[in-house]
Ligand binder design. Structure first.
Ligand code: GLN
Length: 522
């Protein structure tokens, strides 16, 4: 089997072939590493690739599969579907001994002294970690252009951004450098890049996945979640990483449903799930500034769901408009506290001559942080300062409760999920929003309220507008991930024959050309 064929499989197909003995994890891992090494000059999805460690993990996986085969009696079937399957990690997930920059100069040279909880879980199930992916500095951004190491390109058009902040993982999965990726979503950073790269990306319920060992941005909003090329693969990755971890007191003891590993494989069965489901269409999510092509794809998707037997109802989330303003109080406030630890003493490089602690601190943070991070630290410090706390932070927390109450009212009425656009626009050109922070912030108008309310949300590909991917967002009640993934799987089933499903990112061929330029500033 050629390397190109190996990288085209979905993770569940890889799992089946590994068990059947058609392929080895070593071959599979090598094929992905080789593709990433060959193409990344034009994509810049990766900040580090660890070939040696990945191949060792692959060999261990192959031994585990061989042992299960020898054992017989259902041992092969009992293996986790991620055993031997490659995965890309956003560069804010700690891997013992490895780099972990969070896209920032201030963590250059830092090596993680321990594994994140999700790294341990991925090792337990036997997934193969290929390396670490590019991201906006400390996950602040919607384009990956705020990475201190230069932006990532979108495989659909190398002149455009892949979204952010988890743009590296999204681009790696879209370009077949990995079948699976890990991202974090504080205000949209998994769903929005998934939408812009034509991949599946899920932000789980707050508390579903432990944040232990994940570089913190805004602790009451951050959630770790999967990228994949279909709903079944996203479900399997979520299954591997979810669940209670006593080292993160906000991680929940709510059981992780095994159903995540058993989404229907037959399209008929998958489509059947849609019948009778009550889907709400929140009118506030069809915002001004939404591109007509995006709106058209979302409305077509809604029509397809309706034709498959779902009941679509117009609903209202009246406090949606306040989502952006309150998020940009709460998230910077928490960030300003979380980022206080980067003082030049505990992590990464230290600038200055060591004679004046304050001068060294200012020099280290002044040079170590980029412009967007400084903007957030200033906003957050201001919002929390004496005299302003009540007017801004406390007020924002109260409005946050109202945003959550809007959603709660719909779940109480029996709505199964909400259907909305993920991003008001398709992928934009490099530079288009860099001069105007508010324009960048507006990229997440449709995703931020979901984080403010702590809910699960997923973005699934819903066709193209002007040749660029459009994402359909599904939002559910707390802990409804399995049902959102089942709906997503149903939507995949009813659109399985659509022409756009057969298309690959248009600029993949350019990535194979060594003459293709790197993204600007890399
Ligand atoms: N774009 C939003 C921000 O810049 C959300 C980022 C995220 O989800 N990490 O804060």
């Amino acid at each position: 089997m050629s390397a190109a064929e190996l990288t085209r499989f979905h993770a569940h197909e890889m799992a089946a072939r590994l068990r059947a003995g058609d392929i080895s994890s070593r071959e599979l891992t090598d094929a992905h590493l080789t593709l990433a090494e060959r193409q990344d000059h034009g994509l810049h999805a990766w900040l580090s690739v660890d070939r040696e460690r990945a191949l060792e993990e692959a060999e261990t996986a192959d031994l585990r599969i061989a042992a299960a085969r020898g054992e017989g009696g259902g041992a092969l079937e009992a293996l986790h579907p991620l055993l031997g399957v490659p995965v890309a990690l956003k560069d804010l997930v700690s891997v013992r001994g490895g780099r972990c920059t969070a896209g920032s100069r201030i963590l250059e040279g830092y090596r993680a002294p321990y594994d994140a909880h999700i790294t341990e879980r991925l090792r337990d199930v036997g997934a193969v970690i290929l390396g670490k992916t590019n991201m906006d500095e400390f996950a602040m951004g919607s384009s990956t252009e705020h990475s201190a190491f230069g932006p990532t390109a979108n495989p659909w058009d190398l002149g455009r951004v892949p979204g952010g902040s988890s743009g590296g993982s999204a681009a790696a999965v879209a370009a077949y450098h990995a079948p699976l990726g890990i991202g974090t979503d504080t205000g949209g950073s998994i769903r929005q890049p998934a939408a812009l790269t034509g991949t599946v990306g899920m932000k789980p319920t707050y508390g579903r996945v432990s944040r232990y060992g994940i570089v913190a941005f805004a602790s009451s909003l951050d959630q770790v979640g999967p990228f994949a090329r279909d709903a079944r693969d996203a479900a399997a990755l979520l299954h591997a990483i979810a669940g209670r971890d006593e080292r993160d007191s906000t991680s929940s003891p709510v059981p992780v449903p095994d159903h995540l590993l058993h989404l229907p494989s037959s399209d008929d069965e998958a489509a059947g799930v849609l019948r009778g489901k009550r889907l709400g269409l929140p009118r506030e999510y069809f915002v001004a500034g939404m591109e007509p092509g995006v709106e058209a794809r979302v409305r077509e998707a809604v029509a397809a769901l309706e034709a498959a037997g779902a009941i679509v109802e117009d609903v209202s989330l009246p406090h949606t408009d306040y989502g952006l303003a309150t998020y940009y109080i709460v998230a910077p406030a928490e960030a300003s506290a979380n980022l206080a630890r980067y003082d030049g003493i505990r992590y990464g490089p230290r600038l200055g001559d060591g004679r004046d602690v304050l001068a060294d601190y200012l020099a280290t943070r002044g040079r170590g942080f980029g412009a967007e991070v400084k903007r957030r630290v200033m906003l957050g410090t201001y919002a929390l300062s004496a005299g302003y706390y009540d007017a801004f932070y406390l007020k924002a927390q109260k409005v946050r409760t109202l945003i959550k109450a809007d959603f709660d009212a719909l779940w109480a009425e029996g709505i199964d999920a909400l259907v909305a656009p993920t991003s008001p626009t398709v992928a934009f050109r490099f530079g288009a929003r860099m001069a105007d922070p508010v324009a960048m912030y507006l990229s997440d108008a449709c995703t931020l309220p979901v984080n403010m309310a702590g809910l699960p949300g997923i973005s699934v590909p819903a066709g193209l507008s002007d040749g660029l991917p459009v994402g359909l967002q599904l939002i559910g009640a707390p802990w409804s991930e399995a049902s959102l993934l089942e709906l997503s799987r149903g939507y995949e089933a009813i659109t399985a024959a659509s022409d756009w499903r057969a298309l690959e990112p248009a600029d993949l061929a350019r990535l194979d050309d060594p003459a293709t330029a790197s993204p600007p500033g890399v």
